[in-house]
Design a protein around this ligand. Structure first.
Ligand SMILES: [Zn+2]
Ligand SMILES: [Zn+2]
Length: 125
C-alpha cells in the first residue's frame, strides 16, 4: 500500500509513464493516442501535452523577435541615398541617416548603410 502511494504521486506530473502500471510509454509521434506496451492502457496525445506547450511558447517568442529585427533593417534603408562608395562591396549608393547619441556633448553620429550589401559605416560629426 505504501509503495503504491509513492508510485502514483511520482507519475502524476509526468505523462510519459503509464499511469496504470508505470511502464515507460513510447513517444506519441503523429498519432492521436499512445498505448502502453505492457497493459494496453491508452492515453490521448492531448493529455500528453505539458512539454509540447512549453516548447511552442518558446518558438513563438523567437519568431516575434526575428520580426522586430526585420523591421529595424527596413528603417536603416529609409532616407536619402548619397553617392558614397561602400568600403565592403565597392558599389556607390548608401543611405544617409543620423542618430542622436544619449549625451549632448557627443553630438550626432552619421550612419551610412549600403543599399547593395547593407554594410554599415558610421561617422561622428
Ligand atoms: Zn501500462
Ligand atoms: Zn556594400
Amino acid at each position: 500500500m505504501k509503495y503504491k502511494h509513492i508510485a502514483m504521486s511520482s507519475f502524476s506530473g509526468d505523462n510519459s509513464f503509464c499511469p496504470d502500471c508505470g511502464c515507460v510509454l513510447p513517444l506519441p509521434g503523429l498519432g492521436v493516442a499512445v498505448t502502453c506496451p505492457r497493459c494496453h492502457f491508452t492515453l490521448s496525445v492531448q493529455e500528453f501535452a505539458g512539454k509540447m506547450v512549453t516548447s511552442s511558447v518558446v518558438f513563438n517568442t523567437l519568431e516575434a523577435s526575428s520580426l522586430i529585427k526585420e523591421n529595424e533593417e527596413e528603417n536603416e534603408l529609409k532616407g536619402p541615398v548619397i553617392d558614397r562608395r561602400c568600403s565592403r562591396c565597392n558599389k556607390e549608393g548608401m543611405v544617409y541617416h543620423t542618430r542622436q547619441m544619449r549625451s549632448a556633448d557627443e553630438g550626432q553620429t552619421v550612419f551610412y548603410t549600403c543599399i547593395h550589401c547593407r554594410f554599415q559605416e558610421k561617422e561622428d560629426s
